[in-house]
Every structure is written in structure tokens, then in C-alpha cells.
Design a protein around this ligand. Structure first.
Ligand code: ZN
Length: 208
């Protein structure tokens, strides 16, 4: 498994949209015949996604860490994404969130917080060093949770939107594109769908 940034995506890996980290994470699903398939459901897919989003992840991820991804890691990311998508959906549609989603994101957010450790030995003045013992992949989840909380509470400057193209399930930052779609491809599909709907309406009107 190659982990270079430009390594080819493994089969079934999610598209990379360049969105803020919590939205990029929410978009790690693939709509297949009306169902959402997990785009980071294998160690190879998750390692590739983490590498591809390296410009938005502060936690250093070594090749050793990316090669040691376990099924438990996959499940943790999937659970966080489920809550993330639920909360983003509630925000977009202005409906109450599921309390479990709020609780899960808050629990992840509180994990592995660095604490100040006093360093004071003979011959040196006292100093402080931040210590964090959480594993790197957990710290990435904490980063996502922090970013999500900031985004949902309005502190990030992100204008959250859900793509309006037929069948699309992705979220995006409206300030980046000022469009109703997450991508050019979705924009084209939406235009084709509108054109088709207008043609259907015209032919129906002609028949009546
Ligand atoms: Zn879309």
C-alpha cells in the first residue's frame, strides 16, 4: 500500500472535495442505489483518505500509524461520521438534533485533551510541556469533532449547505463556490434534470 499523497485511490474510496475537514469527513460516503456505502470502510481506504486530507489534519500521521489501522479504528470513524452527518443534516434542515449524536461528538471532543506537565530538574528552571497520550488516529477524530462543533456553532465562517443535485448526499461550504451544488459534476446533473423536468412538463401540457 502506497501512502504518498498522490497515490491512486483504492477501489471504493471517497471523492475528495477540498471542503473543511468536518465536511470532507461527512462526505466519506458513496451513494449506491439509494444506500450510503462507507468510503473509508477498509484500512487502505481510511489510510488513503487521511493522507489525501493531510493538508487539513494537524496530527502527524506516520506510515507506521497508517499501516496499523484496525477494524476498531474503522468502527470509531464510522460512528463519528454517523453522528456528524446527523448533526449537519439537522443544521441544514433546521430540525432538532438526535441527542445521541450530540453526546457522541462531545465525548470524542473531550478525549485526549493535552495537559500541562511540569518539567523541573536540578540545574534547570521550571518549565511546562503539553502532553497528550491519545493515539494519533484518536487525535484526528478529536480534530474533526472540534472542527464540527465550531462549524455548527457558527464560529468557523463556513456556510453549511447540502448539495441540491438529485441523489447527491454531500455537504459543502457555500462560501467557497456560491453555488447550490457541491461540484461541477453535480451542477451539470442538476441542470440536465431541470431541463428534463421542463421538457416533461411541456409535453404533458401539450397533451392536455
Ligand atoms: Zn453534489
Amino acid at each position: 500500500m502506497s501512502l504518498e499523497t498522490h497515490a491512486p485511490a483504492p477501489a471504493g474510496a471517497p471523492l475528495i472535495h477540498g471542503e473543511p475537514l468536518p465536511l470532507e469527513f461527512a462526505n466519506t460516503v458513496l451513494p449506491v442505489r439509494g444506500e450510503l456505502r462507507n468510503g473509508i470502510g477498509t484500512p487502505e481506504q481510511l489510510a488513503w483518505w487521511l493522507t489525501a486530507c493531510g493538508d487539513r489534519i494537524a496530527t502527524p500521521l506516520s506510515g507506521h500509524v497508517l499501516h496499523a489501522i484496525t477494524s476498531a479504528d474503522i468502527e470509531q470513524f464510522a460512528a463519528l461520521r454517523h453522528a456528524t452527518r446527523g448533526l449537519l443534516d439537522s443544521r441544514v434542515h433546521q430540525c432538532p438534533p438526535h441527542p445521541w449524536d450530540v453526546a457522541l461528538v462531545n465525548r470524542v471532543s473531550s478525549v485526549g485533551r493535552p495537559w500541562p506537565q511540569l518539567l523541573w530538574t536540578d540545574g534547570a528552571p521550571p518549565s511546562v510541556q503539553d502532553v497528550c497520550t491519545a493515539p494519533p488516529l484518536v487525535r484526528v477524530q478529536v480534530e474533526i469533532a472540534h472542527g464540527l462543533i465550531e462549524l455548527l456553532s457558527g464560529g468557523s465562517g463556513v456556510e453549511l449547505r447540502a448539495c441540491e443535485a438529485p441523489g447527491c448526499v454531500f455537504f459543502f461550504d457555500h462560501t467557497r463556490s456560491r453555488r447550490a451544488w457541491c461540484s461541477t459534476g453535480c451542477g451539470n446533473r442538476a441542470r440536465v434534470a431541470r431541463h428534463y423536468a421542463r421538457r416533461q412538463a411541456r409535453s404533458q401540457a401539450a397533451r392536455t
